[in-house]
Design a protein around this ligand. Structure first.
Ligand SMILES: [Zn+2]
Length: 120
């Protein structure tokens, strides 16, 4: 793969990582024990206001899937960034072929090529 393209994609991944971490930290706390794991902050215990409590619990349950999806993307982004020093960026994790450029531009953290993504 072209070095310039690689540099651009690495830059895109760094930005994406920052963006994801910013989004996550707005409602979740980084789990310091598990690398790359985030926990949605459970609502504080409101004092004597049941309606407010119900609202917060509802908010928590809507945030949880969002957190999980952001966390998964962040892990993929992190995983992709770690491949640069190893020189394995852009290589499909399943078939070891180069991942199509177009796919990487659309999804720089892609772990697999289009063909393998179809199968899984
Ligand atoms: Zn593949």
């Amino acid at each position: 793969m072209d070095e310039q393209i690689k540099t651009d994609l690495q830059e895109a991944l760094r930005k994406k990582k920052e963006e994801l971490e910013k989004q996550l930290s707005s409602f979740a706390s980084k789990d310091l024990k598990t690398k790359g794991d985030w926990d949605t902050r459970y609502p504080r215990t409101p004092e004597g206001n049941e309606e407010e409590a119900a609202d917060e619990v509802e908010e928590y349950s809507t945030r949880l899937p969002v957190e999980q999806s952001l966390e998964k993307t962040l892990q993929d982004v992190q995983n992709a960034l770690e491949k640069f020093p190893a020189g394995t960026y852009g290589i499909c994790e399943k078939c070891s072929q180069e991942i199509q450029k177009e796919r990487l531009f659309a999804l720089p953290e892609a772990r697999t090529c289009v063909n393998c993504a179809k199968i899984s």
